[in-house]
Design a protein around this ligand. Sequence first.
Ligand code: CTP
Length: 399
Amino acid sequence: MLTGKVIVVGVTGGIAAYKAVELVSRLRKQQAEVQVIMSRGATNFVTPLTFREISGNPVVVDMWDEPKSWNVEHIALALRADGFVIAPATANLIGKLANGLADDSLSTTLMATTAPVLLAPAMNSNMYQNPIVQQNIAKLTALGYRFLQPDCGMLACGVEGPGRLPEPERIVDAVIELLCPQLPLAGKKILVTAGGTREAIDPVRYIGNRSSGKMGYALAAAAASFGAEVVLVSGPVALDDPAGVRVIRVESAQEMMAAVLEEFPGSDITIKAAAVADYRPQTAAQHKIKKQAEQLTLVLEKNPDILAELGQRKQAGQLLIGFAAETQELLTHARGKLERKRLDMIVANDVSLPGAGFNSDTNIVKLLYANGHQEDLPQMDKQSLAIELLKRIIKLAEK
Ligand code: CTP
């Protein structure tokens, strides 16, 4: 499937660098032209000679080396490449890319390319789970870079956890998906909501919640990569707009309702991942409320249930997916919401579990379908979960 494609394999300095040798060999068996760029650190694990023999091409390491031929000079590679795969990708390379640093051949070439880039991180579990690394991954994902989730297991450093480079076969599959993308959602319009809402108390205060928006943003990005036209109605979040997605920013539940109702009629699939405030202050004070009495009572009134309203308006052929965040009796509450709001599927998560729900980078969910079927998914990062959810939604859409 990769016949004639120019694939640049970037190898950085991790113990898993040896697996990149098999990766290069497998890519060549798929008839790809493979060019290898190594970081200086990677050469401590595998010699450039090995990659030269396996790839059949000169290997680029040092930016200041005299190029072997002008055509393989690193900027030329940035232009010629159909795609990049970085395996293993160290925390250092990910950090440099996320911050626009270009201080060696690999990072310079990556900065200069417009080709799709797949990164396969491999490192110690604590490093991988470090919020700095996770933030860098989230930032790059929002910018359109693809990541392959590392495997869990015993790492070279003796620690058990996520951080192992996936087997080369899986990386090749991901490269094929990157370069020969399936666009199962081409021609479909998908409406996604994300983040929490803010309900004004006065000009400086609001009632909010802990939603980060990460799940909804990951879903919007994944739907766009599957070829859909995506509209994302987002509450205030600290995330960059996903590439190729139209973003409508709102604050309150009422603003979200107005935007969603406007976009809903032409949407084939609507996914409501937002954490909408159920209540809002009855009146938002015009001026800042001053500190006076010992107690202050806020009277709250009910917000509209956007999803329930969509359930009422849903036409044949429109799919409606909701989320249920619960801290107890997960399945009973989620099934109740699925039925009450006339949904096709609900993504239920117990937000009291570690590694699930609000503000976490991972999620653990159970899927409940309108036909009574239930499916439990393992803990996974929100990008991977978004893809798994969309695969199931695509199946529902085909029925
Ligand atoms: N939802 C909505 N509008 C609201 C409240 C919720 O559209 N005013 C949507 C959410 O986006 C989510 C689903 O309904 O997809 C379930 O939200 P959740 O907060 O779990 O449930 P509620 O219906 O608010 O019920 P409760 O607060 O009793 O758990």
